[in-house]
Design a protein around this ligand. Structure first.
Ligand SMILES: [Zn+2]
Length: 277
């Protein structure tokens, strides 16, 4: 059966660097010519997903069992780069889950009981650091694996083919490694973003959870307290160097209401602050 779509068209598209067109032509070509090893080899070169590249090369391995070393090399690819590629995606999927948890916690911390949540958020930040260490480990393993590829002598393993196959296999390995590094970059960015966002939220929480902190005591409250405390230090009765003192410090959630404010002389106020700190 004569095919209307020629593999030549795909090669021309590839030569003019139109990878998408080559991919589309080959897709149709291989529907009708599924036993053409050359077609699958070309497809491996234009495929975008690592698993697609592997699938194409698996086909070649079946169609051309005479090609020495192809099967072995594919096994190395599957054990090495592809495995880590999938592993990195696993991490990212897991990351998505605890990113949601982190946002939830951050919002909660800003609005409600920040003290309890700070511990949880701190724990989460530590998890982030652990993930970063995991990432470094992953990169080390990948570098080691890349060296393992160098140990396979290409010429010895592919003596029966025209050398083109080596090019495809090396290309596919490079593509997979580039994809892994892209995923890793993306992952690093996500981790970094989360860390920045959480720290921002923690700082926000510190500022907004006690809104009285920087507000002055209203004049009517001052007048009321002065009258109530009879213009004297409530501790020693002194009438000099008087200050308005928050019974519960603002930093501990005390309010600016008369109930929480008393008259203290400077010396009693310092003694009190020293005892609290
Ligand atoms: Zn006093």
């Amino acid at each position: 059966m004569e095919s209307k779509i020629s593999i030549i068209n795909a090669k021309i598209a590839l030569a003019s660097e139109n990878v998408d067109l080559a991919f589309s032509i080959l897709g149709q070509y291989l529907l009708e010519n599924s036993t053409d090893a050359d077609g699958w080899l070309l497809m491996a070169q234009v495929a975008k997903e690592p698993q697609q590249i592997i699938d194409c090369l698996e086909r070649v391995a079946v169609l051309r069992p005479d090609i020495n070393g192809l099967r072995e090399r594919l096994e190395v690819v599957k054990r090495g780069p592809l495995k880590y590629y999938n592993q990195v995606f696993e991490i990212i999927r897991g990351y998505g889950q605890w990113e949601g948890k982190a946002n939830e916690l951050g919002t909660y911390a800003v609005n409600y009981e920040i003290k309890n949540d700070i511990n949880e958020i701190t724990a989460l930040l530590n998890t982030t650091k652990k993930q970063q260490r995991h990432l470094q480990e992953l990169e080390k393993i990948m570098n080691r694996d890349e060296k393992a590829f160098d140990l396979i002598p290409l010429d010895k393993n592919f003596p029966t083919y025209d050398g083109e196959l080596n090019l495809y296999l090396v290309t596919s390995t490079i593509i997979i490694n580039i994809m892994i590094s892209q995923v890793l970059e993306q992952y690093k960015k996500l981790v970094l973003d989360l860390e920045i966002r959480l720290e921002k939220k923690l700082n926000q929480g510190k500022k907004t959870s006690f809104p009285n902190q920087r507000l002055p005591i209203p004049d009517d409250v001052k007048i009321f307290v002065w009258k109530r405390d009879d213009g004297k230090c409530v501790n020693c009765g002194s009438q000099t160097n008087l200050e308005f003192d928050h019974t519960i410090p603002v930093s501990k959630g005390g309010s600016n209401t008369a109930r929480n404010i008393q008259l203290l002389c400077e010396s009693c106020n310092r003694k009190k602050s020293n005892n609290i700190v």
